[in-house]
Design a protein around this ligand. Structure first.
Ligand code: BGC
Length: 768
């Protein structure tokens, strides 16, 4: 009976709220809490802009035949990685979809921007917006309607997850700030943003079904789902994201693109999503079920739809309203982003094998890329004022990551194949500017660290020596500094097998053995542990330089020589050793036919876990040094009147896209001052951590990031920082009430320079 219900459930796209164990037989999988399929038709009620977009979309859809409507809901082969059909008769063009979140993939005369994780490391909302805007301008310039990003799924639960670098940090608040600003920037440029992957695609191993059986099922409880994984997407929705990509793997045992609870339930009903849900490529596993569960477009081909969907509507398995809703949502997104106004270019997306006129969309984005590259570089260690470098100087540059690879065509058979230039494939081959897979970009050029260092040394009349190959570089006793460049690669399709590699660790140790001022630069797709050499007395400085994009060398030189004081902060925790991450180090590797991945840790990933266990990280979440010093003072906490602790103050008010409007009410403010007490102008990221009152019903993490502001302060000057706190920021997800809820009691307020470097403490009282 159980088996029958489970099979039925999968067929209908229902989700089971279940913590499974690892099963070989479907009948063993327990079934709790069904979420029946429900259709949620878009209404356009979220804002005047949506209402107008819906009115226009409805006017066109009313004239379309069923076949014409459904022609918009499926993929066709074409110029772009995804192409819908058109309704030429009614002036509706085919839409073009393209990767990647950090720059247009597989194209020419486009820019390779820093990856998502690098943008997160800037902790700079303005740069996040500028990034989205510049990306959007490039997409629009190429006539690409939908940019497939930004990413907040994976969030980064699994430390070695292959795609964490595409996302915007494993903290939902920081990732949400990134999501919101990047979406707004992209859509201000007139391109449709596509936050992805909704939801819980937290590892690559068995993300898809295959010869071993079904895909992995990410099993999560309702509260964790909301407070961690849904949270950053809410910001993207609030900023008007017109599309969302559903994910490959199963969520609580039902496939992400046919999971009615996830699509119709949370996304479209609870969060009021007005736009369209797009399947990940090949992520559709049923026809009627996915349509009824809320999927609106299947990619890259007709999948289980096409003529089958027409038949399903004709025989009543899928309602006509639902078919109309799909087409309306797609066209409303098109109108919302004003792509109908005639000035939107036709797609100009070509492979390098086609002869064509160049369409140059780079503008002066190199300058922004350089700025973000430097702003997201994190200085974690700096003893004896090793940095900034003095001039003139004798610099010895070592390591494979300092130069561009001998040939960027290193592995044509790698995921995606073809044109993508992949700097740093499998480590050791060249400098790493992005990760691999569909999230990789196509740099117009790459300024390597060595190129930029050479230009700087020439300018300063210094001395330069280098060794890109040897694991044991020849010592230069007169070198003022030895700069070692190493990296850590990751890609879609694979999870990482280690956070380190033997070659790079030995290279650092061998260099340090002969050089008293060894400075290590790590280009990395995420967390890279450094226990093999961090305590070596000759390792004087360490920089996490992320995935900086095509201006890599310029960005790192700006920081090394102090033209820009470092201001990046870690968007994750660096543990003393890999094993400190416990069960979150690796994804779930199982050969079961119905593999289960239970999120048993609940809310406790990254710093939340370290804080719960009282474990000391090597470098805390939010850590990052500067070339100056800052003093924090004058903490003030002010609550507004809107602190009603009932689930939601006025449930009669309709939900708008992003959730109930009251969630975004500012219910308190925290302010403080930050003074620059050192000698150089620099930016500081003041961080606000909140301890939500914990009780028997709602046990809460010790502290959670709920505010940050980056301020540039001149030496001897002071800046006031304000952190607005919304109802959502201070709430827990109340599973029984199915609403966000403020807690009565004393909230701990902590402002600091990292999650473990708290400078000011106070409290916020919220009455019952
Ligand atoms: C990835 C998506 C990507 C799509 C199209 C999929 O394999 O998961 O993130 O947008 O391919 O390239």
């Amino acid at each position: 009976m159980k088996s029958l219900t489970t099979a039925l459930c999968a067929l209908l796209g229902q989700s089971t709220i279940v913590l499974g164990q690892g099963y070989t037989n479907e009948s063993e999988v327990p079934l709790y809490g069904l979420s029946p399929p429900s259709t949620h038709l878009g209404s356009g009620g979220s804002s005047a802009r949506w209402t107008d977009a819906y009115a226009r979309a409805q006017a066109i859809v009313a004239q379309a035949t069923l076949e014409e409507k459904l022609n918009l809901t499926r993929g066709f082969a074409g110029q772009c990685v995804g192409n819908t059909g058109s309704i030429a008769r009614l002036g509706v063009p085919a839409l073009c979809f393209s990767d990647a979140p950090d720059g247009i993939r597989g194209n020419e005369f486009v820019s390779a921007f820093p990856a998502g994780i690098h943008v997160a490391a800037t902790w700079d909302r303005d740069l996040m917006y500028d990034y989205g805007r510049a990306l959007g301008d490039e997409y629009r310039g190429k006539g690409i309607n939908v940019a497939l990003g930004p990413v907040a799924g994976p969030l980064g639960r699994v430390v070695r997850g292959g795609r964490n670098w595409e996302g915007l940090s494993n903290d939902p608040y920081l990732a949400g700030a990134g999501m919101g600003n990047v979406v707004r920037g992209m859509q201000d440029a007139g391109v449709m943003a596509n936050p992805k992957h909704w939801l819980l695609n937290e590892q690559e191993w068995r993300r898809n079904p295959g010869s071993l059986g079904e895909s992995l099922s990410s099993n999560v409880d309702d509260r964790t789902l909301h407070e961690l994984y849904v949270f950053p997407f809410m910001d993207g929705l609030k900023e008007g994201a017109v599309s969302v990509m559903c994910s490959y793997q199963r969520v609580n045992n039902s496939y992400g693109c046919q999971n009615s609870k996830m699509l119709n339930g949370i996304l479209k009903t609870e969060l009021g999503f007005e736009g369209f849900v797009l399947s990940d490529w090949g992520a559709q596993h049923s026809g009627v079920a996915s349509a009824n569960a809320g999927l609106d477009i299947v990619m890259p081909d007709a999948g289980y739809w096409g003529q089958n969907l027409t038949n399903a509507v004709n025989n009543g398995s899928v309602s006509t309203e639902r078919a109309t809703d799909m087409a309306t949502r797609i066209l409303a997104a098109w109108y919302y982003t004003k792509q109908d106004n005639g000035s939107f270019p036709s797609p100009g997306v070509y492979s390098n094998l086609q002869k064509h006129e160049p369409i140059d969309v780079q503008a002066n984005h190199g300058a922004l890329i350089r700025e973000i590259g430097a702003a997201g570089t994190v200085l974690v260690k700096n003893v004896n004022n090793a940095l900034p470098l003095k001039k003139p100087t004798f610099v010895y540059v070592v390591g494979y990551d300092a130069q561009v690879p001998a040939s960027p065509w290193q592995n044509p058979s790698r995921y995606g194949g073809g044109y993508e230039v992949n700097f740093g494939w499998e480590t050791l081959k060249g400098t790493l500017v992005t990760g691999g897979g569909s999230g990789s970009s196509a740099p117009a050029y790459v300024v390597s660290p060595f190129d930029a260092i050479r230009d700087r040394v020439v300018k300063d009349r210094g001395i330069l020596r280098w060794d890109f190959e040897s694991i044991n570089p020849t010592p230069y006793v007169n070198a003022d500094a030895c700069l070692v460049f190493i990296n850590a690669y990751a890609s879609e399709s694979f999870d990482r097998t280690s956070l380190t590699d033997e070659f790079s660790d030995r290279l650092v140790k061998n260099t340090a053995a002969n050089c008293t001022n060894t400075i290590v630069v790590i280009h990395s797709t995420g967390i890279r542990t450094v226990d093999a050499w961090i305590d070596h007395p000759n390792v004087t400085a360490v920089l996490y330089a992320g995935l900086p994009g095509q201006e890599s060398g310029h960005s790192i030189v700006d920081v090394l020589w102090g033209d820009v004081a470092p201001s990046g902060k870690l968007p994750f925790t660096i543990a003393k050793q890999e094993s400190d991450y416990g069960h979150l180090l690796n994804g779930t590797v199982t050969f079961d036919a119905f593999p289960q991945q239970d999120f048993t840790e609940g809310l406790y990933i990254d710093y939340r876990a370290f804080d719960r266990d009282g474990d000391e990280p090597l470098y805390a979440f939010g850590h990052g040094l500067s070339y100056t010093t800052f003093e924090y003072k004058d903490l003030a906490v002010m609550s507004e009147e809107k602190t009603d602790t009932r689930p939601i103050p006025d449930p009669a008010v309709p939900v708008v896209q992003g959730g109930h409007p009251a969630l975004w009410d500012v219910v308190a403010h925290v302010t403080c001052t930050v003074s620059n007490t050192g000698g150089v102008a620099a930016a500081e990221v003041a961080q606000l951590y909140v301890g939500i009152p914990s009780n028997d019903e709602f046990v809460t993490p010790v502290r959670q990031l709920r505010g940050f502001e980056k301020v540039r302060v001149e030496p001897g000057k002071m800046s006031t920082v304000t952190f607005p706190l919304t109802r959502r920021d201070l709430s827990v997800w109340d599973v029984k009430a199915q609403q966000w809820r403020l807690q009565a009691g004393s909230y701990k307020i902590a402002v600091g320079a990292s999650s473990r470097d708290i400078k000011l403490e106070g409290s916020l009282e919220i009455a019952a």
